[in-house]
Design a protein. Structure first.
Length: 729
């Protein structure tokens, strides 16, 4: 049954029925630190959970402890994370411990929880009804282009993608503020116009879900009290990844009961570029008075050697919470640092070593993960793996719900659900082709703008007033009939029935023709809907709109996995290769100029290291190839200097190098830090310390020998030129 528009449905209140007693095994199988966290009493708690320390287990047991041991009604518990896959895993594990007691818990991503609240409280949203839709990035770009055209802003002045990036940045900061200059004032006008257009179309962006939820909670006492009263226990996973808006949402909801349980690791905070604020976790005890901290330092994943490397790397950051990973696992083999001649040589080494590991019988292709800083690095790696006949997959690419054919079907469904969704109308009015020309659509847009009604309603107006040719009206009328028919079907059928009818009525599979892969994708969407039973269209759309690439299941194929380090977070592999550990790549040249940027890049390196369970390989090239084909020297990353010599062995093509710091045979290749003798091995991008100005990052090195001068951007003291001998690296 389709919900009635305009009727506000109050959130279901916790049931008062007495639940059957269950064994109180919520603490079974936990170590002492995990027990300390799970059994925490009143007040807020930060669980500082290192990689491989069982954080998901702790959250699941905490939920079970609240339900089984403290008899907290499930409807009073809110558990928030960042992906649907993580939320499903959280719910599954909690269900294994507490059974059907978990059925009333609110578990989901920040966006899904906010969407749920906004759907319930739609009456308080000015200009919106509860059937609003959520625009993805492509939809937003289309809207921005439309608004730019309306305001006569040419793309030579503004890039739509650049504008979207600016909008995301200000909203992630929690306040909409633009500079008071020509560009800033123009952006402000465009931002306000886009927001008014969104309301007109009954649509929101993903950022709007958090923004408007926070607005409701801050400005409407009735709404705020309702949810503050309800959620007596709030749990947040991956707290180090929260931005300002998410922090505000959590803090507001937890103010009444002051029982906030967050799990995170500041050393794995790697999303500052998209708004995550590491200060949320660093300042937790200050922001939530009386809060406790429990550290989960025992690692169940990696060898002690790998953890020794990780601890050494993490310790070099100034902005961090003290933590020391340890394990009862074996010491394991030393990590290999390989100095390649160039990127092609690096790829050959990768292929040779992977083949050797698999052929020796100790590992399979699927046991190996290859990480790099930027997507462009995969090309040379792929060439090397193909030459070595090594099967591989790239963990990236176009997500299922971002494929053109799926977006077409979803656009139909959104227009059925929300007749004001002009973006969806524009996408599918001529898909499959209906011979509706550009001139016809332009006239229709004019009628819509003058009349102040959406494009779908503009068709009916044109029919009544006979404003278009009979041929154009015929094509538009047939499209309108399809939408009306499908809307009628949605009133009595589940989402699967609507999709099936849509595909048949539009002849979409015939339109795809011989493109069998795209046709299979459409059938897969229908299969997914059928698997959801009687779910109504609006709920199905909510699931689709919030789906992300991270929610996709592993294919299960035995192939080497290639991915960026960012994509590797949350994964683990018996064997890990981190390639391209060169200056300007890791740390990336765009980030190495500030302390914050440099330390986030080091945390990224830490994340890569801690994905490894048994073997770790780190490689870099001593030469790079320009687009002209010419070679130039390349430098190993400053992060290689953070590696503890007792846990690392160095190799090159000419001869294996002994442990760093020990004697080397004549002709053997030196480790990275001995490549440059200028300025005491100082390098651009490296962090240094001055006895007066404190820490800073090297921007430039000039001169030779005793006359080396280093230009440094000091954190707090600004840019200075200093003789190199005054530094301690």
């Amino acid at each position: 049954m389709v919900p009635v528009v305009g009727v506000r449905v109050l959130p279901p209140q916790p049931k008062k029925t007495v639940l059957a007693p269950v064994p109180k095994n919520s603490l079974k199988g936990l170590n002492s630190s995990q027990i300390d966290a799970v059994s925490h009493g009143e007040g807020s708690l930060l669980v500082l959970a290192g990689p491989g320390s069982g954080k998901t287990r702790v959250i699941a047991h905490r939920i079970a402890y609240l339900l089984n041991d403290l008899s907290v009604p499930p409807g009073n518990i809110l558990a928030v994370t960042f992906t649907n896959k993580a939320a499903a895993e959280m719910k599954k594990r909690a269900g294994e411990l507490a059974g059907d007691r978990t059925s009333g818990i609110w578990i989901g991503t920040f966006h899904s929880i906010c969407l749920r609240i906004l759907k319930i409280e739609a009456d308080f949203l000015e200009g919106y009804t509860k059937d609003f839709v959520v625009y993805d990035q492509n939809d937003q770009l289309g809207l921005i282009k439309s608004c730019m055209k309306e305001l006569d802003y040419g793309e030579s002045l503004f890039s739509p993608k650049g504008v979207l990036s600016e909008f995301d940045a200000v909203e992630n900061r929690g306040e909409v503020f633009f500079k008071d200059d020509f560009y800033g004032r123009a952006l402000r006008e465009l931002y306000d116009f886009c927001k008014s257009e969104l309301i007109k179309r009954n649509a929101m962006t993903f950022n709007d879900l958090l923004r408007l939820a926070n607005k409701l909670l801050s400005e409407n006492e009735e709404v705020r009290s309702r949810y503050q009263d309800r959620f007596s226990h709030i749990l947040v996973d991956e707290y180090q990844d929260t931005n300002v808006a998410q922090y505000s949402f959590v803090k507001t909801l937890s103010q009444r009961h002051r029982s906030l349980f967050v799990v995170g690791d500041d050393s794995q905070s790697i999303y500052g570029w998209r708004g995550a604020d590491i200060n949320n976790i660093l300042n937790f005890e200050r922001d939530f008075s009386g809060a406790r901290v429990v550290k989960l330092e025992r690692n169940y994943r990696s060898t002690s050697t790998i953890l020794g490397i990780a601890n050494s790397v993490a310790s070099k950051n100034l902005g961090r919470k003290e933590k020391n990973l340890w394990t009862e696992n074996s010491e394991g083999e030393k990590a290999v640092v390989f100095r390649a001649g160039d990127n092609a040589d690096e790829a050959r080494f990768l292929a040779e070593r992977i083949s050797h590991l698999v052929e020796s019988g100790g590992f399979s292709w699927g046991d190996v993960g290859v990480f790099y800083r930027a997507n462009f690095q995969s090309r040379v790696i792929e060439e090397g793996l193909r030459a070595g006949r090594i099967p591989y997959r790239i963990v990236s690419g176009v997500g299922f719900y971002q494929r053109a054919e799926i977006k077409d079907i979803v656009a139909y469904l959104r227009l059925i659900q929300n007749s004001r969704d002009d973006v969806s109308f524009e996408r599918i009015v001529n898909v499959p082709p209906r011979k509706i020309g550009g001139a016809t659509l332009q006239k229709l847009r004019g009628v819509s703008e003058v009349g102040g009604f959406p494009l779908l309603e503009a068709i009916e107006y044109c029919q009544e007033q006979k404003l278009l040719s009979s041929r154009a009206l015929g094509a538009l009328s047939r499209f309108l009939d399809i939408v009306k028919e499908l809307r009628s079907a949605a009133e009595s059928q589940p989402a699967a029935g609507v999709i099936k009818r849509l595909v048949e009525r539009t002849g979409y599979l015939d339109y795809l023709g011989e493109d069998h892969q795209r046709a299979e994708n459409v059938k897969e969407l229908l299969k997914a809907a059928e698997g959801l039973g009687d779910m109504i269209l609006s709920d199905f759309l909510d699931l689709v709109l919030l789906a992300t690439d991270e929610d996709r299941e592993d294919s299960g194929e035995e192939k080497v996995s290639l991915m960026t380090i960012h994509a590797a977070k949350g994964l683990e592999f018996p064997v890990v290769f981190v390639v391209g550990i060169n200056e300007d790549l890791l740390p990336h040249y765009r980030s190495a100029g500030t302390l914050e940027g440099l330390e986030e890049e080091r945390r990224l390196f830490y994340v890569a290291i801690t994905r490894a369970k048994r073997l770790l390989y780190l490689s870099y090239a001593s030469q790079k190839t320009a687009s002209s084909g010419a070679y130039s020297s390349a430098r190993g990353s400053v992060f290689l200097d953070d590696l503890p010599p007792e846990h690392v062995v160095y190799e090159s093509r000419r001869k294996e190098i002994s442990d760093r710091g020990s004697d080397r045979s004549a002709g053997s290749s030196p480790p990275p830090q001995e490549f440059w003798d200028e300025g005491k091995s100082l390098k651009p991008g490296q962090r240094v310390t001055h006895h007066i100005f404190g820490p800073g990052v090297i921007k430039r090195i000039e001169g030779k020998g005793n006359e080396v001068v280093v230009t440094v951007d000091f954190f707090g003291a600004g840019v200075k030129k200093i003789v190199a001998s005054y530094f301690t690296a």
